[in-house]
Design a protein. Structure first.
Length: 83
């Protein structure tokens, strides 16, 4: 698990409950994404619209429970971003 994945997960976890919802991922990427990318915590090409954020959520949500654990998130982010 990468440190970048942890930092990104924590930034997207808006209610700090240790899981991510689809709304959190979409909302946080829209509001915090450019800053995270400028800081090197998210590739610029990883920024996208709500559909792209929703697709990322769906790809990570392998168990279909509509919340992402850190482990689910990390697996997809590390694969997608090559961390």
């Amino acid at each position: 698990m990468s440190k970048k994945a942890r930092k990104l997960f924590d930034a997207l976890d808006l209610d700090h409950d240790g899981t991510l919802t689809r709304v959190e991922v979409i909302t946080a990427l829209r509001s915090k994404g450019p800053t995270l990318a400028a800081q090197g915590d998210l590739p610029f090409w990883g920024l996208g619209d709500a559909d792209a954020a929703s697709a990322l959520f769906d790809a990570a949500n392998q168990d279909g429970d509509d919340v992402l654990t850190f482990e689910e998130f990390t697996k997809e982010i590390d694969r997608r971003f090559g961390w």
